[in-house]
Design a protein around this ligand. Sequence first.
Ligand code: NPQ
Ligand code: MG
Length: 373
Amino acid sequence: MKLQAVELRRIRLPLVAPFETSFGVQTERDVLLLKAVTDAGDGWGECVAGEEPNYSSEYVESAQHVLIHHLVPRLLERDVTADAVAPALRAVHGHNMAKAALEMAVLDAELRARGESFGQFFGAVRAEVDSGVSVGIQPSIPELLSTVGDYLDEGYRRIKLKIKPGWDVEPVRAVREQFRDVPLQVDANTAYKLADAEHLAELDQFDLLLIEQPLPEEEILAHAKLAQTVRTPICLDESITSAQWAADAIELGACRIINIKPGRVGGYLEARRIHDLCASRGVPVWMGGMLETGIGRAGNVAMAAMPNFTLPGDTSASDRYFHRDITQPFVLRDGRLAVPTGPGLGVSVDEEYLDSITHWEGTLGRAGTRSVS
Ligand code: NPQ
Ligand code: MG
């Protein structure tokens, strides 16, 4: 399969409500999308990098730059398959989200060409996946309770509360008291220190599924030490950027559960290796979320149907984030999302709507044209 061109575009999608985490407030999503143009057909990729480098070091402008100047040129006009993408990009350090988007577009083109869905390719064992929802930091506890109640009414099967110092024990207590049996977990996005161990142990009384990434991403050993004080299972997100880090973190006792985000680890193929490694170590995994459009959501829902994705993911319905998605929307049915069955990602992109929300586009390749800078 020859990679003839890569079309890039940036789109702006307003969020249905502001989304606040310990690292900031998001009111819209500025998403970088890729189309891989090959002699066997096209494929879509989505880059999950946010507008600012506050979740990880990557951000949408850095991803766009490294794709244009360092990643796409290494593959253009070459014979490619998805499994050859990461090896061809190995000389470039880091930039996992940018690499993942390119690999995803090539994988989608490849699978569409051979009529195979992402779900079939990953060995999906379910036709639909349990859906959880991530609830941002709210202005007050009454507003938190009403937001959580609304999501439960919609059918979500697990609630994740974003926490930070000053917004942790009391909001979690309030939600647990009002919703006695709901599967509940928290995500700190690196906001704590090991010295907060005793404080975080106060969360043990609320029967949480897990506490996600309490400490900074490079503090693997500190997470292992924290686990000596906190009984709730620790789950790592930001720290796990490869299968190697997953193996090391598990062996060190830093986590008992792993959040898999294909973008964070450099693509779906590395994400699959982490799934397989965790399965062999008896470590459950679940699918994270990065406020993806229907393109990224389609791939994530398909991967979440693999056997060791035993906890509900942050794979929410399209309307959790967007008034209108760029594909057919993912809709909650009895708290679950259906795994697409069509070739490749199995979704179609509304290109007319896409054009109307595009604020930048450019193409690399085809007869030496470089229409982007
Ligand atoms: C997490 N996601 O698990 C992330 C964090 C996150 C659903 O909680 C723009 C780009 C906004 C990436 C907001 C959820 C984002 C983002 C939150 C990632 O840690
Ligand atoms: Mg997280």
